[in-house]
Design a protein around this ligand. Sequence first.
Ligand SMILES: Nc1ncnc2c1ncn2[C@@H]1O[C@H](COP(=O)(O)OP(=O)(O)OP(=O)(O)O)[C@@H](O)[C@H]1O
Ligand SMILES: [Mg+2]
Length: 255
Amino acid sequence: MDQFIKINSLKKVFGEGEDEVHAFGPVDISIKSGEFVSVLGPSGCGKSTLMLMMAGLLEPTSGEIYFDDKSVSGPKNDIGIMFQDNTLVPWRTVEGNIKLQLELRNLDISKYKDKIFNILKSVKLEDFAKRYPSELSGGMQQRAAFCQAMIHEPNTILLDEPLGKLDAMTREKIRSDIQNLWMINKPTVIFVTHSIEEAVQLSSRVILISPRPGIVDREINIDLPYPRDLSVKRSNKFFEYVHEIQEVFHEYGVI
Ligand SMILES: Nc1ncnc2c1ncn2[C@@H]1O[C@H](COP(=O)(O)OP(=O)(O)OP(=O)(O)O)[C@@H](O)[C@H]1O
Ligand SMILES: [Mg+2]
């Protein structure tokens, strides 16, 4: 399973005639199983459009997406998805929200009791299993949403700016949670972020997308050791990667 995800000439145009918006592509991307790939690009370049097409929630105008040689033709329920706005329902507890994901997939909940406890523990929410979303802080809700996206142990995870609304400290904490989870289970992760440092810290590869209509400008392999803790973040090599990407955004006139 060398090229786990293949994206071929993928393009999305919204609307018709005068209302036509060429949002994204054409783009070719190949992702290997177990890679952590970040997608970085200016606002409106089509990152969310790409994620929705990958999740099978939005039909491409042209081109194809393959997971393990199977073409995406409808909503994919075997992957984990986390978007900026968390998807917790207010009328269920944290635990109830996590179970909802299992119910939707017809999985046997009794087999997941320990897993639910362990994943909540990994983000320090084990004491809040019986609380409702309204009883949690924004960061805690986001961590609960993270558990919800991961509980069925998907081998592919799409994260579209999952940390956007969090304060800096919580954001740093969840970054390391995501990294730990990835290091243990090695899922394939596609991570959209606006933060260059976040992309360099987490990713094995960063894909830079041009302003709309987004195309792949360049791909940068991040050759730094994991776990990427503070000592790695203070290294010269880390700053070189960050500067290289900043230069590209500078050329776009975005920063
Ligand atoms: N449903 C839609 N109908 C019409 N146009 C849309 C629709 N969804 C997105 N677009 C347009 O497509 C372009 C790309 O949008 P998209 O949300 O993918 O950008 P993005 O890269 O995720 O931006 P941001 O970083 O701000 O989240 C934008 O110009 C947007 O206006
Ligand atoms: Mg977006």
